[in-house]
Design a binder for this molecule. Structure first.
Ligand code: ZN
Length: 141
């Protein structure tokens, strides 16, 4: 019971929902009209070959992801599945601990250590096979 309470004291919430798009500027314009974000931040993540726009909505964000070249994970996703929801990110205090906990509970992860994400954040992905078809991201922002 005590351990359970300790685990729950972590500040968890939906950090962001990642959406793969072909035309980033068009998607920014459309989602801005649809949901009226309070802030829009543009980021290039060369390591993942992706351009990102973070649209702030209260404590959460919509992360629009568009490939820089015709390669990389987002380009492959768009090719296979078209535009749409790519992943859901849950905010955790400690990504390494989240990886450890998930591994110990038998879940399959894409990352054995935290990877560097936009804005100096750390991230790790759970394999969709382990999360009912959802690419789940642990994210510390
Ligand atoms: Zn993300």
């Amino acid at each position: 019971m005590k351990a359970e309470l300790t685990r729950r004291s972590e500040t968890k919430r939906i950090s962001h929902v990642g959406i793969a798009v072909t035309d980033l500027e068009k998607a920014i314009a459309d989602f801005s009209s649809l949901v009226e974000p309070s802030e829009i931040e543009r980021i290039s993540l060369e390591s993942e070959k992706v351009r990102i726009a973070m649209l702030k909505l209260g404590d959460s964000e919509i992360e629009l992801l568009s490939p820089i070249e015709n390669s990389g994970p987002i380009a492959r996703f768009l090719e296979k599945r078209g535009e749409g929801i790519h992943h859901i990110a849950v905010k955790v205090d400690d990504v390494s601990q989240a990886i450890e906990n998930a591994k110990n509970r038998g879940f399959q992860l894409l990352d054995s250590t935290p990877r560097s994400a936009a804005r100096g954040a750390q991230a790790a992905f759970v394999h969709p096979k382990s999360a009912h078809g959802v690419l789940l991201e642990f994210y510390n922002q």
